[in-house]
Design a protein around this ligand. Structure first.
Ligand SMILES: *Cc1c(COP(=O)(O)O)cnc(C)c1O
Length: 457
């Protein structure tokens, strides 16, 4: 017999109570937060889809591993377990622990980048871009055209445009110290990259003698998409596919808060002896000794255990399906989203949903705030507030106005997701009664975290 229902591949041993609030309580909490959901107290949120970063539930095996943590300053047993697990998965020679993904990025780029250089990627994540720009280098996005069109269906919308990459390497190759590809492509809607595309990048990097690094935060979700969407991959285990992905690269940066299934941590890994030596020297300066890199021994244990669990096929089937399930429900009700669903999130197209609110009145904020007040669901605006601010103090519309609903790993059950779908559909039906916002106060950069808003009349 073949049963169609995909169940959560775990049972629940420990629970955390949710706090229920009234609409009036949420409305006044939002006013106190100056209409910016980043400023809410998390306990006033019912279903928190702000991010999938570090918000997952650890397994009983991970909690058990915490007690095995060896807190020795140098040469701890926990480091050697972490090192063995990461090396077995990635095949890279040097494994450098860091406190999260952006620390790995900062150490890599500060070590290898010079002013005026260019780092190509499908789409740079915001911390990746910031860590390149702070070195006075350029972060260039080369995702395929379909990756920039919300409603175009394509199995691998995260692919990098290899023709554009080849043209760049041909013309400006001497300014490119390394090539990066982000799996899955977070900034582009959590869309996967195919093995064929990664092989194409490898071939170009061989031809132009460039190192190839993966931004590997969601490598396991990407491997599962390859399994179910790429020709000839169906019968392979996700771990085997993940190993092949890593084998095509020369190194990676990783946030263990994503597919490490941990609440904190990350690593930088590479084959180059010379770069690794320089990176370790910088690590000692800012993160810590190379056998802990800013983490406790117990964090290294939790990450090692998480990396063993994350490629489990039953887990990944449930993970990818639960995001797709939310997407199917809202699409069936006519809510515009980026299609197909990404691995870790559903991205609602707020600009398309609320055409009466112009981008500079922040349709994404209008939708995020209504979702919170009506249902206690917290999403995040990825649009004009996040990307529309310029160094000279001016502002323009972002490329898109999206609201990301990111699904924490192993935290919410199907009925939570049913509730979220119901809430999104109900708020979408309020449509033209939603109002735009104006900013009353904002810092000079990264304004989305702390800006204050006022609803327009
Ligand atoms: C989260 C993330 C990072 C940064 O990792 P942190 O652990 O948040 O510092 C880098 N790249 C991508 C694609 C990410 O999703």
């Amino acid at each position: 017999m073949n049963f169609r229902t995909i169940i959560e591949p775990f049972r629940i041993k420990s629970v955390e109570a949710l706090k229920f609030t009234t609409r009036e309580e949420r409305a006044s909490a939002l006013v106190a937060a100056r209409n910016n959901v980043f400023q809410l107290r998390a306990e006033d949120v019912l279903v928190d889809l702000l991010t999938d970063s570090g918000t997952g539930a650890m397994s009983s095996a991970q909690w058990g591993a915490l007690m095995q943590g060896d807190e020795s300053y140098a040469g701890s047993r926990s480091f050697y377990r972490f090192d063995r697990v990461v090396r077995d998965l990635t095949g890279f020679k040097h494994i450098i622990p860091t406190h999260q993904g952006r620390a790995a990025e900062r150490i890599l780029f500060h070590t290898v980048l010079h002013p005026g250089q260019i780092v190509p990627n499908n789409n740079h994540f915001d911390t990746t871009r910031a860590n390149i720009e702070v070195e006075d280098a350029e972060a260039r996005d080369l995702v395929i055209a379909a990756g920039r069109q919300p409603s175009t269906i394509h199995p691998f919308k995260g692919n990098i445009d290899t023709d554009a990459l080849e043209a760049l390497l041909d013309r400006d190759g001497d300014r490119v110290p390394l090539v990066m590809v982000t799996v899955t492509n977070n900034s582009g809607g959590g869309q996967p990259v195919s093995l064929q595309n990664l092989r194409g990048v490898r071939a170009l990097c061989d031809r132009y003698k460039k190192p190839f690094f993966l931004d590997a935060c969601r490598f396991a979700e990407n491997a599962y998409f390859i399994k179910i969407r790429e020709e000839g991959q169906r019968d392979r285990a996700p771990r085997e596919i993940a190993r092949e992905m890593f084998s095509l690269a020369d190194g990676c940066t990783m946030s263990a808060k994503k597919d490490g299934l941990a609440n904190i941590g990350g690593f930088l890994a590479m084959n180059s002896d010379a770069w690794a030596e320089q990176c370790r020297n910088l690590l000692i300066l800012t993160e810590g000794f190379p056998t802990y890199g800013g983490l406790a021994g117990y964090d290294l244990e939790a990450i090692a255990q998480g990396l063993e669990e994350v490629t489990d096929e039953a887990y990944l089937r449930y993970r990818i399906r639960s995001t797709e399930y939310l997407a199917e429900k809202v699409v069936a009700a006519g809510v515009p989203i980026i299609r197909p669903a990404g691995g870790h999130a559903v991205y609602v197209d707020a600009r398309a949903l609320l055409p009466h609110i112009p981008p500079l009145q922040y349709p994404g904020i209008a939708l995020v705030n209504a979702l919170y007040v009506e249902a206690g669901v917290r999403g995040v605006e990825i649009g004009t507030v996040m990307f529309g601010q310029h160094h000279d103090g001016t502002e323009t519309a972002g490329a898109m106005d999206l609201v990301r609903l990111a699904i924490p790993r192993r935290v919410y059950t199907q009925s939570h997701i049913d509730y979220v779908a119901e809430a999104v559909i109900a708020v979408a039906r309020m449509g033209s009664s939603l109002r735009g916002y104006r900013i009353t106060s904002a810092p000079k950069t990264l304004r989305h975290f702390t800006a204050e808003f006022e609803p327009l009349a």
